[in-house]
Design a protein around this ligand. Structure first.
Ligand code: ZN
Length: 185
């Protein structure tokens, strides 16, 4: 099982042959409380269980249309994506994408991408509740200088409940959690 505190960014890339060893096929998981696009998608088991629990809570709160739009992406699959959009900063270089860990996923709804106006209430709900399930908004607005990535309210990362709670309570992004934890701040 992958360490949920594994840090992946431009200065901490993964090797091309790095793969998670606990991927689950999301289509095969039942009960499943979120929607999926019409292709196979995979996540590490703890990340699946976290987003499934988050989605069940969302359904209970009246949101029944959450979709996991993109989950695990291996190194090879990241190559053409980066080649198609090397400039915006929204597509990581191969090896620098958290999607390679199996612990990250992009959410939206069947109505479309998370940034669209009709998903504003969904965005707010996820931002408030993801922490309780061990998921964090990995690239929040206002922390672009720390993460090196433009704000991506749709990109969730599984870090475990304790780390998520600490990041929420301290207002830290993952780079800050790693740095400040190491230095004992
Ligand atoms: Zn993403």
């Amino acid at each position: 099982m992958t360490d949920p505190t594994l840090l992946v960014n431009a200065s901490h890339p993964l090797p091309p042959d790095w793969e998670p060893d606990d991927l689950v096929d999301l289509w095969e998981q039942q009960p499943r409380h979120f929607l999926l696009p019409m292709r196979r998608e995979f996540l590490s088991r703890p990340a699946f269980e976290a987003v499934n629990a988050l989605s069940a809570a969302a359904v209970a709160a009246g949101f029944d249309d959450f979709e996991v739009r993109s989950a695990y992406r291996g190194y090879k699959r990241q190559e053409p994506l980066f080649a198609a959009d090397p400039e915006s900063g929204l597509v990581a270089k191969p090896g620098q994408s958290e999607h390679q860990t199996g612990l990250a996923l992009d959410v939206g709804t069947w109505k479309g991408p998370f940034l669209s106006d009709e998903n504003a209430r969904h965005r707010a709900w996820v931002a408030e509740h993801c922490w309780d399930f061990g998921l964090v908004i990995r690239y929040p607005a206002g922390k672009e200088d720390v993460t090196g990535v433009p704000a991506e309210p749709w990109h969730l990362r599984y870090v475990g409940r304790d780390v998520a709670a600490e990041m929420r309570d301290r207002g830290w992004v993952f780079e800050e959690w790693h740095e400040l934890r190491r230095t004992g701040a």
